[in-house]
Design a protein around this ligand. Structure first.
Ligand SMILES: [Zn+2]
Ligand SMILES: [Zn+2]
Ligand SMILES: [Zn+2]
Length: 221
């Protein structure tokens, strides 16, 4: 007699090589608490953790952001949906996919198209964003315009009240690092890093409709 195993398919797009990385996850592989889905290029991985409360925590690499995004979903959602999408909190592009294999591959294809269009809008004809050794504009600091763009958008979002944090109040302060600009809520301490190390990411940020501060100060409590 065969017990039908409860399983789901998860996927993400590798920020290093651009490939869609997909795998089946069963309840049994998850009982190990920690599951790592790695890209065959070796450049990135997605982590799936089962928390003590039974919810599932996913750490998903983002094609644009320097740091992965963390999402928590319930077990029933993780195993029960045909398709569930995890969007980047800054750019809105879907970076994580959970669901049935067929639906997940359809979404992977759709976002690849979306990504291609985003790049083409910025005058890039293929996915060489991912090659990592593009021959021009290699020096992240060579283009001070990037900072201007990102700072402009942050100011704009702030004025429109489209920066979201735990307290929802702000005010927000801005720290400039080598590869990102960090927006921090002075009130609750939530923060988010906006990448400034690529022209593409900066241009994509122009399309941002809101900025969610997803990193919490008391995350370890
Ligand atoms: Zn890869
Ligand atoms: Zn992102
Ligand atoms: Zn706040």
């Amino acid at each position: 007699m065969v017990l039908e195993q409860k399983n789901t398919t998860i996927a993400y797009r590798c920020p290093v090589c651009g490939a869609g990385v997909m795998s089946m996850v069963g309840v049994f592989s998850l009982s190990a608490n920690m599951f790592k889905l790695k890209c065959s290029c070796g450049g990135s991985h997605m982590d799936i953790n089962v928390q003590s409360d039974g919810n599932i925590r996913l750490t998903v690499p983002c094609v644009f952001c320097p740091n992965p995004h963390v999402y928590t979903v319930s077990r029933s959602l993780f195993f029960g949906r045909d398709i569930f999408l995890l969007p980047c909190p800054i750019y809105g592009i879907d970076v994580g996919f959970i669901g049935r294999e067929g639906d997940v591959s359809v979404e992977l294809e759709r976002t690849e198209k979306e990504l291609r269009e985003m790049l083409e809008e910025n005058g890039i004809s293929d996915l060489d964003l991912f090659s990592g050794d593009n021959d021009e504009d290699d020096d992240p600091l060579s283009d001070p315009q990037i900072y201007d763009i990102v700072m402009f958008v942050i100011k704009d979002l702030q004025e429109a009240g489209d920066i979201k944090c735990s307290c929802g109040n702000g005010p927000y302060s801005i720290d400039i690092f080598d590869d990102c600009i960090r927006v921090t809520c002075d009130e609750c301490g939530d923060f988010e890093d906006v990448p400034t190390d690529s022209t593409i990411a900066a241009n994509a940020f122009l399309h941002a409709y809101r900025l969610e501060l997803t990193n919490h100060k008391e995350e370890n409590n």
